[in-house]
Design a protein around this ligand. Structure first.
Ligand code: 5CA
Length: 444
């Protein structure tokens, strides 16, 4: 993509309304625009990141054997009256009346909607276990939407729902999601620690939050330093195998959010192995048994013809929140530093002299070769001064920058800069392409 043809409305000034780095940087980098309080439009640069995150989340869900569906954003109040949540949910639920005076709502979550599908489509124990997920917009009329996409009113969530015959089978489904979450956040380039959690309006008694550490996080967290040494389950993880040992290991150490943290519990390590910090909740998983299946009548026939009320869990990942959370965890004073897996482009190619025929020819050539080699390149072909180009590239945070100017060209080299470390190298064009290819291979 050429900068001259891209829609990249970056801002020089720091927007006054933004209190934290990710919100400021997303506005300045032209990733989002506020449409109303807590409601955002996604511009091309931001949308690319959102889609990349979505795709990694999707791949890791598919790997577990979950099936993707897409439910509507608008739901009938009727279903929520069955579960008792229409009244219980309170003012966070956006309620709408259609032209026939029917009560509708913009879904803050989808337990009722999915249970309605399963209670009508699934009749036999043979159809279970079943795990369905979607990536869909939600609406919660938060009292204080803030921090940009981190606490929005409209936000994108991956939510899935597991259906099992009994509690022990449901526990296996829970464990699959637990492991899938460890892998998902790792692939997204963030360290998320599972912590015991409150279940809130979702209900149930088994629940973990996945928390990314960042000084601007909304909740205080406490966890054992030894988490740092824990390995993430690899590509060869077998979701049909017993995952309890992995879950046991990750839940063996102390890790709790503010709500659950009890200094008098006696569980606290006695030495200084406890870290206290702040964190951002990027995922939340729940097991809640028959809380929805019972009142809504999600019942299957067992092997002896008996009626079994299904056991459910639900599992959320804040997809749009993650864009902000990743930035909170990875930026510097010049801008964003994207982990390569979610970067909007792999490489930024900068022509230092956009009006010089030799530089234009060399950049065009390199742009063609990199694209051919499978790189997503943002090519700054503009005639702005070099300083402005450097600042913009640093702001938008692509992992690599390749710079071509008349001086280097005369001696046959280009400059390659690593955005995260700031390291610069002078290389021949071919060597630069080779280095980028090796890096790409290394992260798979
Ligand atoms: N039904 C369950 C799981 S599917 C549920 O709704 N869980 S939740 O309330 O914990 O939300 C799941 C995730 O969505 C959270 O972990 C968080 O990352 C994200 N999220 C929740 N509220 C917001 C919000 N206002 N803005 C952005 N992301 C949010």
């Amino acid at each position: 993509m050429r900068v001259s043809k891209f829609f990249l409305p970056v801002m020089k000034e720091t927007p006054a309304e933004a209190q934290i780095a990710s919100h400021r940087l997303m506005l300045r980098a032209g990733m989002i625009r506020q449409a109303a309080a807590g409601i955002y439009s996604w511009l091309p640069l931001g949308l690319r990141v959102l889609r990349k995150i979505e795709q990694i989340v999707r791949e890791e869900q598919d790997r577990t054997g979950a099936h993707e569906v897409l439910m509507p954003t608008l739901q009938q109040a009727e279903l929520w009256r069955l579960s008792g949540r229409y009244d219980a949910y309170g003012p966070e639920m956006l309620r709408i009346t259609d032209r026939h005076d029917r009560d509708m709502l913009y879904g803050p979550t989808h337990e009722e909607q999915i249970t309605d599908i399963v209670r009508t489509a699934v009749k036999s124990y043979k159809d279970l276990p079943l795990n369905l997920y979607q990536i869909q917009w939600k609406f919660r009329d938060e009292v204080r939407p803030r921090f940009g996409v981190m606490r929005g009113r409209e936000f994108l969530m991956k939510d899935n729902y597991s259906f099992d015959l009994d509690e022990s089978a449901a526990r296996l489904s829970y464990n699959k999601m637990f492991v899938a979450y460890l892998r998902t956040f790792d692939r997204l380039g963030v360290r998320a620690i599972p912590m015991k959690a409150d279940t809130g309006p979702i209900g149930g008694d088994l629940s973990h939050e996945f928390i990314v550490l960042a000084p601007t996080g909304e909740s205080a967290v406490f966890y054992d330093r030894a988490f740092d040494g824990f390995e993430i389950p690899g590509n060869d993880v077998d979701y049909d195998a017993d995952l309890q040992p992995i879950v046991d290991r990750w839940t063996s150490l102390y890790a709790a959010t503010e709500d659950m943290h009890d200094p008098d519990s006696g569980q606290l390590p006695m030495d200084d192995s406890l870290i206290s910090g702040r964190g951002i909740e990027v995922g939340h998983i729940f097991y809640f048994g028959t809380k929805y299946s019972e009142p809504m009548g999600a019942i299957v026939q067992g092997s002896d013809g008996e009626k079994i009320t299904v056991h459910m869990g639900s599992y959320g990942i804040g997809v749009s929140r993650l864009v902000g959370a990743i930035i909170e965890a990875s930026h510097d004073e010049n801008g964003i530093i994207w982990p390569s897996s979610v970067a909007p482009f792999d490489v930024g190619l900068i022509n230092l002299r956009g009006d010089d025929a030799g530089c234009i020819a060399a950049c065009d050539d390199l742009y063609g070769k990199l694209s051919q080699a499978g790189f997503d390149v943002l090519y700054d072909d503009s005639t702005e001064r070099a300083g402005a180009k450097f600042a913009r590239m640093d702001l938008i945070g692509l992992p690599w920058q390749l710079m071509i100017g008349p001086r280097g060209l005369a001696s046959g080299y280009v400059e390659l800069k690593n955005r995260a470390t700031g390291e610069r190298e002078e290389l021949s064009m071919d060597a630069a392409i080779q280095k980028l290819t090796d890096q790409k291979g290394a992260i798979g």
